[in-house]
Design a protein around this ligand. Structure first.
Ligand code: H2B
Length: 104
C-alpha cells in the first residue's frame, strides 16, 4: 500500500465527481470525512449490505462509521492517520456503492 496522504479540497472535489451521493463534511474549518445515506427496501436488506460492509472493512483494515435506522444506512469515512480524507476513503466509497447497487 502506497503511503496515504490527505487529499486537498480540489483533489477531493474531483474524486467525488464519480461519487455523486457522497458529501464531504467540514469540521473545524477543514474536510473531516465523506458521508453517504443509503435507503434499502427492508431492514433485512440493510443488514445484508452492512454484513458486506463489515467484511470489506475487515479485509481493508478501514472501518466506516455506521448509522442504521431500519432501512436507512449512513456511512462516514475518514483516515485518522492523515487527519482527513485519503484515497483509501474514496476507494472504499466506490466499493461500497458497488455493493449497495447489487443489493438494490
Ligand atoms: C491500526 C489500524 O489499522 C488503523 O487504526 C485503521 C483502522 N481502521 C480505520 N478506519 C478508518 N475509517 N480510518 C482509519 O484511519 C483507520 N485506521
Amino acid at each position: 500500500m502506497t503511503k496515504l496522504v490527505r487529499l486537498s479540497s480540489t483533489e477531493l472535489q474531483n474524486a467525488l465527481k464519480v461519487l455523486p451521493q457522497w458529501r464531504s463534511v467540514i469540521r473545524d474549518g477543514q474536510m473531516d470525512h465523506i458521508r453517504r445515506k443509503y435507503q434499502f427496501k427492508t431492514f433485512e436488506t440493510s443488514w445484508a449490505f452492512l454484513t458486506r460492509v463489515a467484511m470489506k472493512a475487515h479485509r481493508m483494515g478501514h472501518h466506516p462509521t455506521i448509522i442504521n435506522n431500519y432501512n436507512i444506512v449512513e456511512l462516514e469515512l475518514t483516515t485518522h492517520d492523515v487527519g482527513g480524507i485519503s484515497e483509501l476513503d474514496v476507494k472504499m466509497a466506490k466499493l461500497l456503492d458497488k455493493a449497495a447497487l447489487e443489493m438494490s
